[in-house]
Design a protein around this ligand. Structure first.
Ligand SMILES: NC(=O)c1ccc[n+]([C@@H]2O[C@H](COP(=O)([O-])OP(=O)(O)OC[C@H]3O[C@@H](n4cnc5c(N)ncnc54)[C@H](OP(=O)(O)O)[C@@H]3O)[C@@H](O)[C@H]2O)c1
Length: 321
């Protein structure tokens, strides 16, 4: 099988495509044949080993995993003798966690217990590449959305709405009947409206903090604004969340002490719940994949270089042969 392999923390150019033996599942493992995966921002962190704190989980000086990759669509190619939850031929999609599951390879193994928590059967109305665009960004966004318990009629602003997490936020909020303002370049206005945004603010042309609407929720999907800048846009008990930014995490501790507007970060280990939530919306036609580019595995270094530029619209797919 082909796999993208690295031996150290580094840059996309440190990934090389190698021919390796297809792994054999132990009694409690499933072998997954990957049809599509993504190169995403979580993978970028795992590839570079930055921020440094994540090395506590991925290996301090040298990465523990030589093959990275966090999400996948594919099929069960083999099962260990004790596996009961899956059978050969099942079409599945999943998210193997923030610290990689080795899906940037044509085949990889998952213990059955982890597989039951981290993957679901594929929705019938998407192909492998389309379904791969409904995983990493959607899992992160769904944690915040489910944790915020949105109500129909509320107003949400999504800052950085054109990225993988942002496109998912817009669609999730819309599914609850929340009115969404998307902050992104005007070039993405048609896409944002098709996903359900009612209002677009081009952050390159206009100061979004001067918007005269007041919001129940503001989520910064790209970690490029702050609670302090957005505070005046929030209603009395409005919430602010961000995908990034140490300062925002400080506010998570401080703001609940004072009541009123606060900063939240909802983290959940219930990955299956997040996947089922997205899958349910896909099947109802309320969540559609947003794909910017598709690369073959051989060109994964180019894919990572593009993703690391921070310019992708939605998702970058890696298609296996
Ligand atoms: N906390 C977590 O658990 C977690 C997990 C995964 C990812 N992350 C972080 O979340 C962030 C977003 O991830 P993602 O996958 O959604 O990113 P992404 O897809 O790479 O987002 C890129 C998009 O953001 C837009 N953008 C860039 N700068 C912007 C700005 N200043 N204002 C508004 N839009 C801007 C870009 O459009 P234009 O530049 O063309 O406007 C592009 O469409 C990353 O920084 C990543 O590190 C956090």
């Amino acid at each position: 099988m082909k796999a993208a392999v690295r031996t150290k923390y580094g840059l996309p150019g440190d990934l090389t495509i190698k021919e390796l033996d297809i792994p054999t599942p132990k009694d409690d493992e499933v072998l997954i044949r990957v049809h599509a995966t993504t190169a995403n921002r979580t993978d970028c962190h795992v590839l570079s080993g930055k921020p440094f704190v994540m090395r506590l989980f991925t290996g301090l000086f040298k990465p523990r995993a030589s093959i990275i990759g966090t999400d996948f669509t594919g099929e069960i190619a083999a099962t260990g003798s004790a596996v009961q939850s899956f059978k050969v031929g099942d079409k599945v999609m999943g998210f193997g966690g923030a610290f990689t599951c080795g899906s940037h390879a044509q085949y990889f193994l998952l213990p059955e217990l982890k597989a039951t928590r981290a993957m679901v059967t594929m929705p019938a109305n998407l192909n492998y590449e389309q379904a791969a665009a409904c995983l990493e960004g959607a899992v992160w966004a769904s944690m915040q959305v489910l944790g915020s318990k949105p109500q129909a009629g509320q107003k949400a602003m999504v800052y950085g709405a054109s990225g993988a997490i942002g496109c998912a936020y817009v669609q999730f909020f819309k599914s609850y009947g929340v009115s969404v303002t998307a902050v992104c370049r005007m070039e993405q206005a048609a896409l944002m409206r098709s996903l359900g945004a009612e209002k677009i603010i081009d952050y390159t042309k206009q100061d979004f903090t001067k918007d005269d609407e007041r919001y129940d929720m503001i989520f910064d999907a790209v970690g490029k604004t702050t609670f302090v800048k957005c505070k005046k846009l929030l209603k009395k008990n409005g919430i602010f969340g961000s995908s990034n930014g140490a300062i925002n995490f400080l506010w998570i501790l401080v703001t609940p002490l004072f009541g009123g507007k606060k900063v939240v970060f909802h983290f959940s280990i219930k990955i299956r719940e997040a996947l089922e939530f997205t899958k349910g919306l896909i099947e109802k036609g309320e969540f559609v994949p947003v794909i910017d580019r598709t690369y073959p595995l051989d060109k994964i270094a180019e894919a990572f270089t593009y993703v690391a530029s921070g310019q992708k619209i939605g998702n970058v797919i890696i298609k296996m042969d």
